[in-house]
Design a protein around this ligand. Structure first.
Ligand code: ATP
Ligand code: MG
Length: 299
């Protein structure tokens, strides 16, 4: 029989790119922990949610084996793990329960700077270094290309220089690492971001309710994080033009400014407000534009 548990276990990266944002996200859901930052296990104090701090590569397996219920990990790691299982004849075990919008990167094919790119066919017979053999393998087989996949656990970008491979397939965010190694990206296999990974089946026993609450709080926290209050002033005569340039969001509130032929406008925006947007508003006649973060909200 399955082991029943009345506490939820969430796996997050112990250290690395996703470690701090994952902790911040959980903390913004009202979670506090007893153990210190460098411990492997953190006991949840305010809610029955415990943390397991591990290498990100271990997170999918911990969920698939039922050791942890949820994990915060890059899509790239989840996809690679599930494709690996499927290659071994097992069904996929993981699903994305939420997309978090940070930790974004791409899994790209990159070739030498001075080479020309004519398409996937030119990869036939080439040696490709990667830490994502299953994701790369699927992409190649979808294109009917047979290449030699050289699996490396790290430092993939120097493989061509070391003569281990002709080109690479690796994670890219700014492209700086590639450029520094005289490589250029030519194809994107996967767009990745941090996700809440969970099993393909719903959780059982008390954990289902705890997970529901955690995810509900997380949805609220994620929405609030992106919410901004945009405030500006404008003459009454240009109000229609200014309103037309407002970003999609809530209903704008328009207030008369005392003793002047002017209004003050405020509107909640559900995304970051770009400089371009502010410049457009200014051109439409607005002035004294302000974008403020929102700390809390009760509709
Ligand atoms: P660990 O010790 O936990 O195995 P790691 O070295 O595998 O750490 P990090 O480099 O911290 O992992 O990256 C974690 C995740 O961050 C990646 O799996 C990916 O989803 C995301 N990420 C975002 N940008 C990049 C990038 N430029 N390079 C690598 N990963 C990135
Ligand atoms: Mg790793």
């Amino acid at each position: 029989p399955a082991i029943t548990r009345d506490r939820l276990r969430v796996a997050i990266q112990k250290s690395g790119r996703l470690a701090d944002p994952a902790r911040d996200l959980l903390a913004s859901c009202g979670l506090t922990w007893r153990e210190s930052r460098d411990k492997l296990f953190c006991y949840g104090e305010s809610l029955p949610v415990d943390l397991l701090l591990v290498r990100d590569d271990d997170i999918p397996g911990l969920i698939a084996d039922g050791v942890c219920d949820l994990g915060i990990v890059g899509r790239n790691v989840v996809v690679e793990y599930d494709l690996g299982r499927q290659a071994g004849g097992a069904p996929g075990a993981l699903e994305e329960w939420r997309q978090l919008g940070w930790g974004t990167c791409r899994l790209d094919i990159a070739i030498n700077d001075d080479e020309r790119w004519a398409g996937a066919e030119q990869l036939a017979g080439k040696r490709i270094a990667t830490s994502y053999p299953h994701t790369l393998g699927r992409w190649l087989s979808e294109r009917g290309v047979e290449a030699d996949i050289v699996t490396l656990s790290g430092s993939v970008e120097i493989a061509p220089r070391l003569g281990q491979a002709d080109l690479i397939c690796d994670l890219v965010s700014t492209g700086g690492t590639l450029a520094a190694n005289n490589l250029k990206p030519v194809e994107t296999l996967l767009h990745s971001e941090a996700v809440i990974a969970g099993p393909t089946h719903p959780l059982e026993d008390g954990r289902a309710d705890i997970a529901d609450m955690l995810l509900r709080r997380m949805d609220g926290a994620l929405r609030l994080k992106e919410t901004r209050l945009l405030m500006l002033r404008a003459g009454r005569d240009v109000l229609p033009e200014v309103l037309g340039k407002l970003p999609e969001g809530g209903e704008p509130t328009v207030l008369q400014v005392d003793g002047r032929d002017e209004v003050s406008v405020q509107v909640l925006c559900h995304n970051a407000v770009s400089w371009q947007r502010l410049e457009d508003l200014k051109r439409a006649g607005a002035h004294t534009l302000m974008v403020l973060p929102v700390e809390g909200m009760l509709p």
